[in-house]
Design a protein around this ligand. Structure first.
Ligand code: NPW
Ligand code: ADP
Ligand code: K
Length: 481
């Protein structure tokens, strides 16, 4: 798969790549490529083109130009195309407007549109946008929202207007799209935060841009996970495949232990050990897990998962300290994060891979408010603590302590927002760590199969964590085969 389909470069890099290509192609060629891809996608979302009412929302920049050229292509196929300017009329892309008019389209005022359009093309603002939408554009974004609520399909040009291209932040009004057609490469703002919600289905039209430097973010694909996922070879035994230790759960919260060990059993390691007070529950649920009552008695492992359902009393703190004192990879979750938030040196001083898996409230305890820029938030905490941070949510963001691109996982579904699914996730990632996968890739691969299991579970019925567990083997199978 081409890099531009999975990498998200910052606006600055996209501009530089654009200039590089423009030096070698005729003027307007890039915009024509972009508009052709956009028009193709617009045709796909319509039942038919001939006679269909289409509204273009047009800003003063090239984003509006793309919309006008695509609108001209639709008008040539018989669509009834009306453009509405989000700025004073004379400031829209000249050549684009000429093309639209030549094809029979017209520039009108919002008030002149009597019939609800089947398709709204959002060309108000692309990567040239700064700050929240100004009032004239915001008014059209609101109109697009209203049409969409009544059944119109909204296609965003490059980026839903009002979304920050690099962060996904939305300040004020913004367009919500069913489909976003992104040019040249993804943008981080289409993958994370509010932008991910606004973008709908995202499709990249390759217009020939190439990038010398690493992207800001990479979308995790099944192919990548399949490459990272260890497979047993003829000379392997259960130990060489890696032993993962789960120190989670308590008498009060046995579920965390059952779900964590269950998650680990679908990972690539050959052996799952449990250490803690929920032995009986684990033994009943998973006879293949070998258990002990404490970390000290658990025997050798190649990676630890510690924290969820442990509580934060002295005993819990002891378990966390013991695990963190090893030179093994450790995944820290839930109560483990609370304990580390009180004493960050516990992880800062570690040399071995350490993965923290906070949701937003846990993150706040560790590093302050997540804020609207989730990529920056994950990076900031990872750098400050010298760890790998997996920030949970609608989109999961994984950042290492270095400057490598962050991973974004979009495999999940909102139904995963139910108690205990995080415990399942921690077990899968722990197993990958025990199998020798580097921390960021282990976290990304774990989140991908976990998200896929959540989707499969949601397709089968209401989602609870044990049903996510039930669907994990199938999720792994379809990802890595
Ligand atoms: N990269 C590529 O290779 C290719 C890129 N292409 C396309 O070009 C697009 C980028 O075009 P662009 O540079 O003209 O910027 P764009 O986003 O249309 O608008 C910027 C204008 O809007 C204004 N404005 C700013 N903020 C605002 C706000 N909050 N609310 C309201 N207005 C605001 C600002 O005006 P000013 O601030 O000066 O008043 C400025 O003039 C890109 O997204 C893609 O669609 C393709 O055609 C082909 C290849
Ligand atoms: N809105 C959402 N869309 C998709 N996935 C979500 C959403 N909310 C939460 N999740 C996922 O569900 C899991 C919840 O984990 P967590 O909050 O730790 O739950 P628990 O502590 O109860 O196990 C994470 O994998 C997270 O990414
Ligand atoms: K747009």
């Amino acid at each position: 798969m081409s890099d531009v389909l999975t990498g998200a470069w910052p606006v600055e890099a996209i501009r530089a790549a654009e200039h590089e290509v423009m030096a070698h192609v005729p003027p307007g060629a890039l915009m024509r490529r972009a508009a052709a891809g956009l028009a193709r996608r617009c045709v796909e979302v319509l039942d038919r083109v001939y006679g269909t009412p289409v509204v273009l929302l047009v800003g003063k920049g090239d984003n509006g130009g793309d919309a006008l050229y695509a609108g001209a292509a639709l008008a040539r196929r018989g669509a009834v195309v009306r453009a509405i300017a989000g700025v004073q009329d004379e400031r829209v892309h000249r050549a684009g407007l000429t093309a639209l008019r030549a094809a029979g389209g017209r520039l009108v005022e919002l008030e002149d549109v009597r019939e609800r359009p089947a398709l709204v093309v959002d060309g108000l603002l692309g990567i040239g946008g700064r700050g929240g939408l100004r009032p004239d554009s915001a008014r059209l974004a609101v109109a697009a929202e209203q049409w969409r609520a009544q059944g119109s399909v909204v296609v965003a040009v490059d980026l839903p207007s009002g979304v920050d291209a690099d962060t996904g932040e939305v300040a004020g009004a913004a367009v919500t799209a069913d489909v976003t057609v992104a040019f040249g490469s993804l943008k981080a703002g289409l993958l994370v935060g509010e932008g991910a919600v606004r973008a709908g289905l995202v499709e990249v039209v390759d217009i020939g841009l190439s990038f010398p430097a690493e992207p800001l973010a990479r979308l995790v694909t099944a192919d990548a996970v399949a490459r990272w996922w260890p497979r047993p070879g003829p000379s392997d035994d259960k130990y060489t495949r890696g032993v993962v230790g789960i120190a989670a759960g308590s008498e009060q919260y046995p579920g965390a232990a059952v779900l964590g060990t269950g998650g680990a059993l679908s990972g690539p390691s050959g052996y799952v050990r449990y250490a803690g007070a929920a032995r009986d529950a684990v033994r009943t649920a998973h006879p293949e897990v070998v258990s002990a009552t404490s970390v000290a008695d658990a025997g050798r492992v190649q990676a630890w998962v510690v924290g969820s359902g442990l509580g934060t009393d002295d005993e819990a703190e002891d378990a966390v300290r013991q695990v963190l004192a090893t030179d093994l990879p450790v995944l820290l979750d839930a109560d483990g994060l609370t304990i580390v938030a009180r004493e960050p040196a516990l992880v800062r001083e570690r040399e071995a891979p350490t993965v923290l898996t906070p949701h937003d409230r846990e993150y706040a305890r560790l590093a302050g408010d997540v804020g609207p820029d989730r990529i920056d938030a994950a990076r900031r905490a990872a750098r400050e603590l010298g760890v790998t941070v997996l920030l949970k949510g609608y989109r999961t963001v994984i950042a290492g302590p270095d400057d490598a691109p962050v991973y974004v996982v979009k495999a999940g579904v909102p139904e995963l927002a139910t108690a205990g699914t995080g415990d399942v996730l921690s077990g899968v990632i722990g197993s990958l760590l025990a199998g020798g996968v580097p921390p960021a890739e282990a976290a990304a691969a774990g989140a991908f199969v976990h998200g896929t299991a959540g989707r499969l579970a949601a397709e089968a019925g209401p989602v609870v964590a044990s049903r996510v567990l039930d669907h994990l083997p199938a999720a792994v199978q379809r990802t890595i085969r």
